[in-house]
Every structure is written in C-alpha cells, then in structure tokens.
Design a protein around this ligand. Structure first.
Ligand SMILES: Cc1cc2nc3c(=O)[nH]c(=O)nc-3n(C[C@H](O)[C@H](O)[C@H](O)COP(=O)(O)OP(=O)(O)OC[C@H]3O[C@@H](n4cnc5c(N)ncnc54)[C@H](O)[C@@H]3O)c2cc1C
Length: 376
C-alpha cells in the first residue's frame, strides 16, 4: 500500500498510452507528432522542471546550421560528406519548424550569420576562406544559393579581422516564442504535460508496460510506450547512452542605443557566440576555456567563464563601451564527440531522441519526425 497516493490519483496515473520524458523542444514535438499519428492514444509528457526547460528556454536562439570553420572541423572527425549531411539536416530541420509555425509566430529573423576572426587569426581566416567555393558547390543543392560568402566586417565596430565569412541563410528566433508556440500546440491536441516530476527509474511490468518511479513523488505511472527526450540529463536514466552534459553560460547586456550591428556571430572557432537582441547583445559559450569543468548538469554560472565572456564583450565586440549585464544564466546541452543525435529503439516500446549537440533549435523538428517514424 502507498500511504501518500490517493486511489483516484493512481487511477488517473494508470491511463497513459505513451509517456514522453522531457518537455523540451524535442519532447514537445515528439509528443505532437505521436498524437497526430496515433490520435486515439493518450500522450503524456513528464517534465522535472516546474517552469521552463534547461536547454529549450535557456538557449541563445540561433537558427544556425554551422559556420564554415565548424563544418571543416567536423569534417576532420566524421569526413566532409557527413559534416555536410549534418549541416543539411539542421537546414531542413529549420525549414520544417518555420513551415509548421510560421516565421512571425516564432520571432524568426533572417539576419544572416557571420563567422568572425581575431585580429591575430589571418592565417586561420585564409585556411577556412579557401574552402568557400568548393563547399558552396556541394551545398548548392540544399540551399539553391551560396551558403558562404566573404564579407568586410569593418562596419560592425568590433576589434576583429577585417573579413568575415557570411552565411545568408542563418538567422535568429525569439526562444520563448518558439517554446510557447510549440507547448500551446501540444496542449491544444489534448496532450497532458505534468511538470515538477523527476523520473528516477523505470522498469518493465510485463512485455507490454513500463512502470515509472519518481524521485520526488510516490505516484507511479504506467505506460505502454516510453520515449526518452532528456538530452543533457540522459545519463541519469539511461547511463549506457553516450551523452555528456555540457553547460552553456549566457549573458545579456543592457540595451545599447548605438549598437552598430545586427545578426548572429560565431567567434573563437564557434565556441563563443553572440547576437543582437533588439538593442542588447546576447553572448555565450566559451566551454573551450574549461571543457572538463563544463561537463556538468549544474546550471550555475561561473566566475571564470563569465569574466572571459565579459572580456570578449568589452575588448572585442563593443570595445570601450562596457555595457552593464542585465541577465546571466546557464543551461545544459547534450554532447559527444560524435555530433549526430541518438534517435533509436532502446528496448521493446522504449525509444530515445537525445544528444542535440547544441543545435536543437534547428534539429528538433527533423529529429522528432525521425523518432516518430520508428514507432508503430
Ligand atoms: C546556453 C545554451 C545555448 C544554446 N544555444 C542554441 C542556439 O543558439 N541554437 C540552437 O540550435 N541550439 C542551442 N542550444 C541547444 C538547444 O537549446 C538544445 O539542443 C535543445 O533545446 C534541446 O532540446 P531537448 O528537448 O532535447 O532538451 P531540453 O530542452 O534540455 O529538454 C529536456 C527536458 O527533459 C527534462 N528532464 C531531464 N531529465 C528528466 C527526468 N529524469 N525526469 C523528467 N524530466 C527530465 C529536462 O528538465 C528538460 O526540460 C543551446 C543550449 C544552451 C544550454
């Protein structure tokens, strides 16, 4: 007998057909597509946060596919064809997201993206820039336009190398609008979202049902189909999967009325990113300063990375302006050296869609579609 769960609560908890764990962009879109595919089944989402989501409402809102430097870096590890394949998935994922919800609804702005370089990185710029034509040729089928162009960067007012590599297809979204839109869509289809419940374990009751136990409630939920969309937290419940947590730290400045640039920017080989946010600057990243320390599920910011990001802001991006920081936070990504997401059947009636590699905004629509195609 369970002394703290009512008869009625337990009756309700026995009703789910499909339970998705995680109400991030991936969990929400997976639940939506599952409900659209199996309209007669009861789809529930269980989420440990009471408000928000550790990546999907804590990100930088880049609608990006990878700078040329990043593509070439990936090519070293996985080969150029696979690196371009990943780029294409992000591009197609974003198109699916825009087609589903509309640019205005999600606050999408096709501002373009710039890969910029330090003043001291002339050689690095030349090394990357020499690949513009050949990579453009390979990506033309996807974009129907030149994916990368060399542009002057002097009008930005930054202390950087005078040339940048421009990606006209990239842009930015308003993270909260995207999240709110998708969440509302899920609710409108009759999907239940239970927040503040942290799954601790799950086991098979028989070959047809999963029993879920929680760290912070005595209720147990039974589901016929279980879908894991826990991204950077996956180790806690499926430790056999190769998903490392990776903290991302972000700062947002006060409004700067004379801000001389718009768009999204990749700096320091893509480890540092910043964008205009109205008249503010959002800057984040810099995990390369302390890879080991940032492999954590903690969502605290650290003095070391915050002061590094502030230095870049004050010395490189808006030299001499020293804007006040109005917001400062950290979120959790799911990473591995293999940048591909893990979308697979783990067991009978158990699937996962995790490891979005810091690119889940662009990937989530594609990834959730691929997941749902695996389930009958
Ligand atoms: C600082 C930062 C900046 C980023 N910037 C960008 C960007 O500009 N562009 C881009 O494309 N991507 C960016 N990303 C990555 C992007 O936000 C993620 O890839 C995407 O949100 C992943 O979505 P998700 O649903 O897989 O994960 P999440 O949003 O993390 O959702 C997983 C959910 O599972 C829940 N959960 C975990 N464990 C449990 C459990 N045991 N029980 C119940 N619930 C659980 C979590 O609370 C969470 O809500 C950034 C990420 C961070 C942290």
């Amino acid at each position: 007998m369970n002394a703290s769960v009512s008869f009625w609560e337990q009756r309700w908890a026995d009703k789910a057909d499909i339970v998705v764990i995680g109400a991030g962009l991936v969990g929400l879109q997976s639940a939506i597509k599952l409900k659209q595919k199996f309209s007669h089944r009861k789809v529930w989402i269980i989420e440990s946060s009471t408000f928000g989501s550790p990546a999907s409402l804590r990100n930088a809102g880049f609608a990006c596919f990878g700078s040329l430097g990043e593509v070439l870096d990936d090519a070293k590890n996985i080969g150029l064809d696979d690196a371009l394949g990943l780029y294409a998935l992000r591009y197609q994922g974003l198109q699916k997201l825009i087609a589903a919800y509309g640019e205005t609804t999600i606050g999408y702005e096709n501002s373009g993206g710039y890969e910029i370089f330090k003043n001291s990185e002339s050689q690095e710029f030349d090394r990357i820039a020499q690949h513009v034509d050949s990579v453009n040729e390979k990506l033309f089928e996807i974009h129907g336009q030149m994916s990368f162009q060399i542009k002057k960067s002097s009008s930005f007012g930054m202390d950087i190398h005078p040339s940048a590599i421009f990606s006209p297809g990239e842009g930015a979204i308003q993270t909260h609008l995207l999240y709110e839109t998708i969440r509302k869509h899920a609710l409108s289809l009759g999907i239940e979202i239970f927040s503040g419940l942290q799954i601790e374990t799950f086991h098979q009751l028989d070959s047809l049902k999963w029993n879920l136990k929680f760290a912070n409630s005595d209720i147990s939920i039974v589901a016929k189909e279980l879908i894991i969309c826990t991204n950077g937290f996956t180790r806690q419940i499926l430790p056999e999967l190769d998903v490392a947590p990776a903290r991302g730290q972000v700062l947002v400045t006060e409004p700067i009325p004379t801000l001389p640039f718009r768009g999204i920017f990749h700096y320091d080989k893509g480890y540092v990113y910043f964008r205009s946010l109205g008249a503010r600057i959002l800057i984040g990243g810099a995990r390369n300063i302390d890879f080991k320390g940032e492999e954590t599920m903690s969502q605290e910011t650290t003095e070391q990375l915050v002061s590094h990001l502030k230095n870049i802001l004050n010395e490189v991006i808006v030299p001499g302006m020293n804007p006040i920081i109005d917001y400062q936070w950290a979120g959790t990504m799911g990473m591995a050296s293999d940048r591909q997401p893990i979308i697979k059947k783990v067991d009978e009636h158990l699937h996962c869609c995790v490891r979005m590699g810091g690119m889940g905004v662009a990937l989530s629509a594609w990834a959730s579609e691929k997941l749902v195609n695996l389930i009958d």
